[in-house]
Design a protein around this ligand. Structure first.
Ligand code: ADP
Length: 208
């Protein structure tokens, strides 16, 4: 995952930063909304994307501590043992995780962080940082729209894969109730406006 240049980030106040966690079914538009949010007026350079750590080898062009924290299997195991991992997954034999130390450093410095996490990860973030975490669930307007977005995003996605994701989406939608906010991503601009509104509202609440 690429990040905004954290050296440009401005700490808005002496208060602790916020963690905005975006969840939603695959294809609901989380990544699109996240990119639009971090580049939106009034939030640019104020919102950093969380940086994941991975045991996958660095690809050419990738920068350590910017694209990922590249760690060895041993370092990863140690981090997990020391409870320094918020959530993790294994994909094609490599671990990918959200490190807690980066998050904690950011919020201690009064900087806000945003990331996409699955439901389990989002609820864990809320449990670990209840005062700082704002959870937002992105809903597709309907399952048929979700299906067509999944097809459009990757026209090579096999039919079975789309069916699997739609089944999972049905389960995930149940979890939406547990979130602080829900956004229906019908028209992209409208959804970005709502998301930006939530971020600005929460920031001003925190600064009071
Ligand atoms: P996710 O990160 O939740 O899996 P993406 O952000 O990759 O979803 O979006 C899935 C697809 O839907 C992408 O092709 C994206 O361009 C498209 N998309 C996202 N939001 C909208 C929208 N409001 N209207 C139409 N297409 C959208």
């Amino acid at each position: 995952m690429r990040i905004t240049n954290s050296s440009k980030l401005q700490a808005p106040s002496s208060k602790k930063g916020l963690i905005f966690v975006i969840s939603g079914p695959s294809g609901s538009g989380k990544s699109t909304l996240l990119v639009r949010l971090v580049n939106s007026r009034g939030l640019k350079h104020q919102l950093a994307r969380s940086i994941s750590c991975t045991t996958r080898p660095r690809r050419s062009g990738e920068i350590n501590k910017k694209d990922y924290f590249f760690v060895s299997q041993r370092q990863f195991r140690e981090k997990r043992k020391a409870n320094k991992i918020l959530e993790w997954t294994k994909y094609l034999g490599y671990y990918y995780a959200t490190p807690r130390d980066f998050l904690e450093r950011q919020i201690q410095r009064g900087l806000d962080v945003v990331m996409c996490l699955d439901v389990k990860g989002a609820l864990r973030a809320k449990r670990l940082y209840p005062k700082n975490t704002v959870t937002i669930f992105v809903l597709p307007p309907s399952l048929s729209v979700l299906r067509s977005r999944l097809r459009k995003r990757c026209n090579k996605t096999k039919k079975e894969e789309i069916l699997k994701r739609l089944e999972l989406a049905n389960e995930e939608l149940e979890a939406a109730k547990k979130y602080d906010y829900c956004i229906v991503n019908r028209k992209l601009d409208e959804a970005v406006r709502k998301l930006r509104g939530i971020a600005l509202k929460e920031k001003s609440k925190r600064n009071k």
